[in-house]
Design a protein around this ligand. Structure first.
Ligand SMILES: C[S@@+](CC[C@H](N)C(=O)[O-])C[C@H]1O[C@@H](n2cnc3c(N)ncnc32)[C@H](O)[C@@H]1O
Length: 225
């Protein structure tokens, strides 16, 4: 791993330690609640949340009956999720490159699994276990070179026809002060169109001049020769 990506990772540990997590919300993202039902992901489906933090979206997806797999670098974030559920932190099961924490299914909610470690270290073999994905503030948390690797990793983890939502960000102020980083529509196409069919579902601009853009992505079948 390059030293710039190590520094980038370090920054996330510091942010969680210092509570600089302005991106976090305990409530479900309205854009997720509005658009997810159109994906027709079946209740028992296994849904990958890359760079998941301790977002309220995790519980919302689990309450739709989906078995959530959240991948998060910082253990503090995952501990925070269990605290918010008033659940004791389970013991970690150690796997290659990751510590796994499982919150079993409960009445009205499917199981939630967290793999604590670096998303880029997930193994391609996991693709057998992923039926859908949801990216909120994951792509836009990463600097440009890492975004390219992220798009390729996501493609590697998705079988043909696996679908998901991705929320990108544009700003009126063009200077990028991220994270969160501005990721233009052109860049979203450049990163994902080789491996996914893309459909723009909604643009939502706020009073600070930030626009959330919701994309539906479906993994293409690999080209046959
Ligand atoms: C902007 S936050 C978004 C969190 C969550 N998706 C949300 O909507 O609240 C980005 C998260 O990605 C985590 N992260 C950053 N780089 C990562 C990596 N390489 N692998 C796994 N998680 C990472 C950070 O610790 C942080 O919690």
């Amino acid at each position: 791993m390059s030293s710039s990506s190590e520094q980038g990772n370090q920054q996330w540990f510091e942010r969680w330690r210092e509570g600089r997590i302005g991106f976090h919300s305990d409530s479900v993202q309205p854009l997720l609640a509005r658009h997810w039902p159109h994906l027709a992901v079946s209740p028992g489906a296994r849904v990958l949340l890359p760079l998941c933090g301790k977002s309220g979206d995790i519980g919302w997806l689990a309450r739709q009956g989906h078995c959530v797999l959240g991948v998060e670098l910082v253990g503090e974030a995952v501990r925070g999720w269990f605290e918010a559920q008033e659940e004791a932190l389970p013991s970690a099961a150690s796997r290659t490159n990751f510590d796994r924490f499982v919150s079993p299914a409960q009445i009205g909610r499917a199981a939630v699994t967290f793999d604590v470690g670096n998303f880029f270290h997930l193994e391609a073999a996991l693709s057998d276990k992923i039926d859908a994905f949801y990216d909120r503030a994951a792509l836009i948390a990463l600097p440009p070179a890492a975004r390219q690797r992220y798009a390729l990793k996501l493609a590697e983890l998705c079988r043909p026809d696996v679908e998901g939502l991705l929320i990108s960000l544009e700003r009126d102020e063009r200077r990028d002060q991220g994270p969160p980083h501005v990721v233009t529509d052109d860049e979203v196409h450049r990163l994902f169109a080789p491996n996914f069919v893309l459909e723009k579902l909604e643009e939502q601009r706020d009073e600070r001049g930030m626009t959330d853009i919701v994309w539906r992505l479906r993994r293409r079948a690999p080209l046959s020769c």
